[in-house]
Design a protein around this ligand. Structure first.
Ligand code: NAG
Ligand code: NAG
Ligand code: NAG
Ligand code: NAG
Ligand code: NAG
Ligand code: NAG
Ligand code: NAG
Length: 728
C-alpha cells in the first residue's frame, strides 16, 4: 500500500491488534483482561463489589479475586474487568446474570473558524446562567489544565448537581471551568498516573466543545484567529482512558461508570473501534445505553475507516454518530521550482524557508544511488541516512517526514497526491513539506532530471477561503450500519477537516516523534474533530431545553441540519446522515422524534435479544413477547433507511414548537422511488402533543449499488422538520 494513515493527524493512530473474540481452544494459564458485563444495577439492596468478588471466587483457579479484579463497575451499571485465563472466562460466560464476556480490546482515537462557518457566531443568543450549569464529560487522552481555553476567570462554583471530583493525579489542579478529572489504566506506574494530556488530542476535543474564547490562536501563525468552543460557559469533566494511542475497553467502561454517576449532562467520545461491534460487546454502546437511561446523550465519532461501505464504527441508535466534513478554510503550501515556477500543494507545514532555495533530490532517479528501476523509489528508504541534510527530498509515497526530520533534510515534496486514496485533507508535517498532484509532480521530476543543479523552495503554508460545497471527508466512516441495517448511520456530519483548537505543549504537533515544537494550538483532521462539534451543538440545545431527552436533542440536531448534496457526495446519506449540524436552527425544531428507553428495548427485542437479556440490560421487567412481530425499522428515529423493495416506517412526532399548529408533509424523491405519507397533514392543539404517521417507501426498479436519497419535510411554514429517507 502506497499510503498509510498511521499517526497522521491522529486520524488513524496505530491500530492495536484487536484481541479476537473467538474461543481459543488451547487452554493455557495466560491471563488477559476481560470485561464481564452484567447490565443495569439491581434496584434492591445489593453490593456489587461483594458480588463481583464472589463470582470471581467461584471461577478463579490459581489467583485471588483481589489480584484478578481490575475495575468494578458499580456506580451506574453492573460488571467488572478482571485478568482471567481462558478456562476461567468460559466458566463465567455460562453464569446467570452475565450478559457478555469479552476481551478488553485496545481501540483508537478516531479546530476555529468552523463555528463561524456554520453561521454560529460568537454573539449567538445564549442563556449564560444555564449554560454554566451544563457539564460536558470528555472521554479522551486527558487535558492540559493550564491551557488558556480552560481558564476559569469569571466562573462561579461548580453546579450543585455535580457529584464528581478532581482526581487528576499529581500536579494536576482543576478549577471552576475544568471541574473534574479522572484517569484509568490497567498499568500502575509513573507513566500512567495522571489525567494530564501529553498527546494533545483530548485538549483539542475538549476546547472545541467548551473552550473559552481565545484570541490570537494559531499554529505558528497559521489559521490565525479566535478559537472557541460551542458553549464557552459550560463546565468540563475529563476522563482519561487513552495513553498515547492505546485506549482500553476496560478503562472506557470505567469512565462511563463514573461520568454518569458524577452527573455530566453530555458525553463526548472521539474514539472507537475500526468496525461496528454488537451492542453488548461494545463498551461505548454499553456505556452510552446506561447514560441514555439517565438522560445523558453520548456523541461519538463515526470512525476513520471510510470510504468503503459499512465502515461506520459507531452504530447504536441511542448514540449520536458523527461524520466529518470540510469547512470553507483550506490550507495550501506552495513550492517554487528553480526560482520561477510555482506549484500549489497541500499540507499543514508552517515553516518559513524565507525564499531560500535548496538542492532538490529525487530518490526515484536510479543514477543517484544504487537503486534499480524495479525497486523503485522505495529503495530510497535505505538511503535516507546519507546526504539528506540541507536537501529537499522528493517522494512518490507518503513519507511522514520522520527520517527527514532526524537527518535534518531541508524539506520534502510528495508528488502523487492525486493517486492517494485520502487526498482531501492536509497532513501535518514536522518539516517544510507539500503534497502535489500527480501532474505537477511529474513536471518537477522531469525538471530535476533535465537540470544540472535542480533547486526549489517551499513556502510557509497559507490558509485560504474556499467557499466550495459541503463534502464528507474520504476517511469518514460510511453506512450502512453493519449491526442493524434498518437504522441509518452515521447520524449527522460536522466539521472534521483541518480544525484548529487547543493543544498540549507536550504533544508533537505532527504526531511524528522528534517533532519538538511546543504548540498551544494545532490543526488536525478526523471524525475525532467532528464529534466535539456535534457534542457542543447538543450542549447548546440543552441550554435552551434542559429537560429534553437525549433523543429529543439528537432529533433536533438531525431534523434541522443543513442538507448536503448527494450529487457531490458519492455515498450520499450513508456518508452524511441527516446533513450538516446547524446549532442555531436546532434550538427550535418544531417537532421531535423521541425514543425512550422502552423504544430501544423494543428494538433490541426485534433484532433477537431475549426477554432475559433485556431485563438484565435495563433492570426493568420488560417483556419481548409483546413485540415479536415488530421491525427495528419502526424505532422512532429521525431518519429512515430501507434496502428492500417496499418498506413501511411508523413514526411519532411530538410538538415542541407552537401549541396550535398544522404541519404538512412534503416529499422529495427521485423518480425511481415512490414515497407516500399517511396522513399528510398533522394538526396539533397543544405542546407535547404526539401524532403518528406511516411512511411507505417503495422502489420502482431493482437497485444495483445505487443509493436513492429522498426526504420528508413536515412544515408549518416556520419550522421545517426534515428526515432523510434512503433507499438502496
Ligand atoms: C494479567 O496477567 C498476566 C499473567 O498471565 C500478567 O502478565 C499481566 O500483567 C496481568 N495484567 C494485568 C492488567 O494485571
Ligand atoms: C506541574 O506541571 C507543569 C506543566 O507540566 C510544570 O510546568 C510544573 O513544573 C509541574 N510542577 C511540578 C511541581 O512538578
Ligand atoms: C533491484 O534492487 C533490489 C534491492 O535493491 C533487488 O532485490 C533486486 O533484485 C534488484 N532487481 C534487479 C532487476 O536488479
Ligand atoms: C476548493 O475546494 C474544492 C472542493 O474540495 C476543491 O476541488 C478545490 O480544488 C478547492 N480550491 C482550492 C483553490 O483549493
Ligand atoms: C411475557 O409475556 C407473555 C405474554 O404476555 C407471558 O406469557 C410470559 O410469561 C411473559 N414472560 C416473562 C418472562 O414474564
Ligand atoms: C405497508 O402498508 C400498506 C398500507 O397499510 C400495506 O398495504 C402494505 O402491504 C405494507 N407493506 C409492507 C411491506 O408491509
Ligand atoms: C388555531 O389555529 C386556527 C387556524 O390558524 C384558528 O382558526 C384557531 O382559532 C386557533 N385556535 C386556538 C385555540 O388558538
Amino acid at each position: 500500500m502506497a499510503e498509510s494513515l498511521i499517526s497522521i493527524s491522529l486520524l488513524s493512530v496505530v491500530i492495536s491488534t484487536l484481541v479476537s473474540i473467538t474461543f481459543c481452544s488451547a487452554s493455557t494459564d495466560d491471563r488477559k483482561v476481560y470485561i464481564v458485563y452484567m447490565g443495569a444495577l439491581p434496584q434492591n439492596q445489593y453490593s456489587p463489589l461483594a458480588h463481583h468478588h464472589s463470582i470471581l471466587q467461584e471461577v478463579l483457579q490459581h489467583s485471588l479475586p483481589s489480584d484478578a479484579l481490575i475495575h468494578s463497575y458499580k456506580r451506574s451499571f453492573n460488571g467488572f474487568a478482571a485478568n482471567l485465563t481462558d478456562r476461567e472466562r468460559l466458566k463465567l460466560s455460562n453464569m446467570e446474570g452475565i450478559l457478555s464476556v469479552f476481551p478488553s480490546r485496545k481501540i483508537k482515537l478516531h479546530t476555529t473558524r468552523s463555528w463561524d462557518f456554520m453561521g454560529f457566531k460568537s454573539n449567538v443568543k445564549r442563556i449564560p446562567m444555564i449554560e454554566s450549569d451544563v457539564i460536558v464529560g470528555v472521554i479522551d487522552t486527558g487535558i492540559w489544565p493550564e491551557a488558556e481555553s480552560f481558564n476559569d476567570e469569571g466562573f462561579g462554583p461548580p453546579p450543585k448537581k455535580w457529584k464528581g471530583s478532581c482526581q487528576g493525579g499529581k500536579n494536576f489542579t482543576c478549577n471552576r471551568k475544568l471541574i473534574g478529572a479522572r484517569f484509568y489504566s490497567s498499568l500502575k506506574d509513573e507513566n500512567h498516573n495522571s489525567a494530564r494530556d501529553t498527546m494533545g488530542h483530548g485538549t483539542h476535543t475538549a476546547s472545541t466543545i467548551a473552550g473559552n474564547q481565545v484570541s490570537g490562536a494559531s499554529l505558528n501563525g497559521l489559521g490565525q484567529g479566535t478559537t472557541r468552543g460551542a458553549v464557552p460557559s459550560a463546565r468540563i469533566a475529563v476522563y482519561k482512558v487513552c495513553w498515547n494511542d492505546n485506549c482500553e475497553d476496560a478503562g472506557i467502561l470505567a469512565a462511563f461508570d463514573d461520568a454518569i454517576a458524577d452527573g455530566v449532562d453530555i458525553l463526548s467520545v472521539s474514539l472507537g473501534g475500526d468496525s461496528a461491534v454488537e451492542y453488548h460487546f461494545d463498551p461505548i454502546s454499553i456505556g452510552a445505553f446506561h447514560a441514555m437511561q439517565k438522560g445523558i446523550l453520548t456523541s461519538q465519532s463515526a470512525g476513520n475507516d471510510g470510504p468503503s461501505r459499512s465502515s461506520v464504527a459507531s452504530v447504536a441508535p441511542w448514540k449520536l454518530s458523527v461524520a466529518a466534513s470540510n469547512t470553507d478554510r483550506q490550507y495550501i503550501t506552495k513550492v517554487i521550482l528553480g526560482g520561477k515556477t510555482t506549484f500549489v500543494g497541500k499540507s499543514v507545514s508552517p515553516f518559513d524557508m524565507k525564499g531560500k532555495t535548496f538542492p532538490l533530490v529525487d530518490y526515484f532517479d536510479p543514477s543517484l544511488d544504487s537503486c534499480n528501476q524495479s525497486s523503485g523509489r522505495l529503495c530510497a528508504q535505505s538511503h535516507l541516512g546519507t546526504g539528506l541534510r540541507g536537501k529537499i527530498i522528493m517522494h512518490n509515497y507518503l513519507s511522514l517526514g520522520s527520517q527527514e526530520l532526524h537527518e535534518k533534510a531541508a524539506g520534502m515534496i510528495i508528488d502523487k497526491l492525486t493517486e492517494y486514496q485520502y487526498n482531501d485533507y492536509c497532513r501535518n508535517f514536522p518539516l517544510p513539506a507539500s503534497m502535489l498532484n500527480t501532474e505537477d509532480g511529474e513536471t518537477i521530476i522531469s525538471y530535476a532530471k533535465k537540470t544540472k543543479n535542480p533547486v526549489a523552495t517551499i513556502l510557509k503554508t497559507e490558509a485560504i477561503r474556499n467557499a466550495s460545497s459541503l463534502v464528507v471527508a474520504s476517511f469518514s466512516g460510511r453506512g450502512p450500519n453493519a449491526i442493524t441495517k434498518e437504522i441509518l448511520k452515521p447520524d449527522i456530519s460536522a466539521p472534521g477537516v483541518e480544525i484548529l483548537a487547543a493543544w498540549s505543549p507536550e504533544g508533537a504537533p505532527s504526531g511524528v516523534p522528534g517533532d519538538e515544537r511546543v504548540a498551544q494550538f494545532n490543526i488536525l483532521s478526523g471524525t475525532s474533530m467532528a464529534c466535539p462539534h456535534a457534542t457542543g451543538a447538543a450542549a447548546y440545545v440543552k441550554t435552551f431545553h434542559p429537560d429534553w431527552s437525549p433523543s429529543a436533542i439528537k432529533s433536533s440536531l438531525m431534523t434541522t441540519a443543513f442538507s448536503m448534496k448527494a450529487s457531490i457526495n458519492p455515498d450520499a446519506d450513508l456518508a452524511y446522515g441527516a446533513g450538516h449540524i446547524n446549532p442555531i436552527k436546532a434550538i427550535n425544531p418544531g417537532l421531535v422524534y423521541e425514543a425512550l428507553e422502552s423504544d430501544y428495548l423494543k428494538m433490541l427485542c426485534n433484532i433477537g435479544y431475549t426477554t432475559k437479556q433485556i431485563r438484565t440490560l435495563s433492570g426493568h421487567n420488560s417483556n419481548c413477547s409483546k413485540h415479536l412481530n415488530g421491525s427495528p425499522r419502526d424505532l422512532n428515529y429521525p431518519s429512515m433507511i430501507s434496502d428492500v423493495a417496499e418498506a413501511n416506517f411508523t413514526r411519532t412526532v411530538t410538538n415542541v414548537g407552537v401549541a396550535n399548529s398544522t404541519y404538512t408533509a412534503k416529499i422529495t424523491s427521485p423518480p425511481t422511488v415512490k414515497i407516500k405519507v399517511t396522513p399528510e397533514v398533522l394538526s396539533f392543539k397543544s405542546l407535547n402533543e404526539k401524532k403518528s404517521f406511516v411512511v411507505r417507501a417503495s422502489r420502482k426498479v431493482p437497485t444495483e449499488s445505487n443509493i436513492f436519497s429522498a426526504s420528508l419535510v413536515w412544515s408549518d411554514g416556520i419550522h421545517h422538520v426534515r428526515s432523510p429517507i434512503v433507499v438502496y
